[in-house]
Design a protein around this ligand. Structure first.
Ligand code: KG4
Ligand code: ZN
Length: 335
């Protein structure tokens, strides 16, 4: 049969990205990260939309060019429908719709969280079904049972902040630029994770809570800086290692609980925070101890990218799961 050539566009937050996939093989994956947000300590939605507007044409052109594909060869165009920032989603969505209409090809609307998980299917080894995935990003913290590429069930999630947000907000308290997660990771490598204790907030069942940690950290920093104004400068690695350790412990604890409750030994992590080296090492060690099959994404597929949108679109294309041209972005899209 004829091969399926798809273009995928991701614009849910602060990465403008486009990818081309042919029969499930990613041929290009261009990611342009917006730098305007660094000094604001978080993503500024209006600035994100504007940067997407500016970047989307060159990013799409480059993705097509690197894949050696003409627009006229495309069989469908996919975009991130949600969840994400409304104005940001609308840029990618409107662009994808226009292309689908101009080329008279189907449109595919992809769920961003589902795509983070299916990033595991871009390359081998691929997890077998069912598996349990801990999806950890700047906007979400979820425990998901993955029954098949398009059938996923959320069994636990955060009741307040996402774990990526906890990384970024504690980093902001330390005066680090956005996104602070990768910086905490870097400092933590040189520090002692047992140097400081932060109280763990207990949450029912398989749900998470991270807003208490952020407040506890703020109070801790205020108290220490009052005693010694150079506290932060002197102890950055230990502080970062300790806060990172606390966040990882919360994640691993619930992951173990979920694996046990649902009797699943095939365990994956996904999303931006799955790039964290402490979490990756900890999961690997836990897996060895428990006889789990552990799946950790390549770094380039942890944070937002269009390759993961493309692989999800590939499965939707096979299932003829298309989106009408009247569809719109959904900032709170669920599975
Ligand atoms: O998946 P993602 O790129 O965007 C969302 O869908 O939210 O995740 C971004 C989040 C940010 O909070 C960022 O700080 C965090 O992932 N992150 C990390 C690391 N790399 C990215 N957090 C901790 N350690 C890292 N190495
Ligand atoms: Zn994401």
């Amino acid at each position: 049969s004829k091969s399926a050539i798809l273009l995928a566009i991701e614009s849910s937050c602060d990465e403008t990205s486009a990818a081309v996939i042919i029969d499930g093989n990613v041929k290009s994956n261009i990611v342009s990260t917006q730098e305007v947000h660094q000094k604001y300590g978080g993503v500024v939605p209006e600035l994100a939309s504007r940067a997407h507007q500016k970047n989307i044409v060159p990013v799409v052109d480059q993705a097509l060019q690197e894949a050696g594909i003409e627009k006229s060869a495309l069989d469908a165009v996919a975009f991130t429908k949600g969840p994400g920032l409304l104005g940001a989603l609308l840029v990618g969505g409107s662009f994808a719709k226009s292309m689908a209409q101009a080329l008279n090809i189907p449109l595919i609307g992809v769920n961003h969280m589902q795509a983070h998980i299916l990033a595991h299917f871009i390359e081998d080894p691929k997890p077998s079904f069912p598996f349990l995935c801990l999806t950890v990003s700047g906007g979400h913290t979820q425990l998901v049972i993955v029954h098949s590429p398009l059938e996923m069930e959320v069994i636990g999630e955060t009741l307040d902040d996402a774990v990526g947000e906890a990384f970024d907000k504690t980093a902001k308290i330390m005066g680090l630029p956005y996104p602070g997660g990768p910086l905490i990771d870097r400092y933590a490598k040189e520090g002692n994770p047992k140097a400081y204790d932060f109280p763990e907030v207990s949450t029912p069942g398989l749900n998470f809570s991270f807003s208490g940690i952020k407040t506890a950290f703020l109070n801790f920093m205020r108290k220490e800086v009052q005693k010694d104004p150079d506290f932060l400068e002197k102890n950055m690695p230990d502080i970062c290692a300790s806060i990172q350790q606390t966040l990882i412990e919360i994640l691993i604890k619930k992951l173990k609980k979920a694996a046990k409750q649902h009797n699943i030994r095939s365990i994956a992590i996904a999303g931006g925070v799955s790039a964290n080296s402490g979490l990756r090492e900890r999961l690997q060690a836990e897996g060895e101890k428990r006889g789990w099959d552990v799946f950790i994404p390549k770094f380039e597929y942890c944070t937002d990218n269009a390759a993961m949108i493309a692989i999800t679109a590939h499965y939707q294309y096979l299932a003829k799961d298309f989106e009408p041209l009247t569809s719109s972005a959904n900032p709170r899209l669920k599975f």
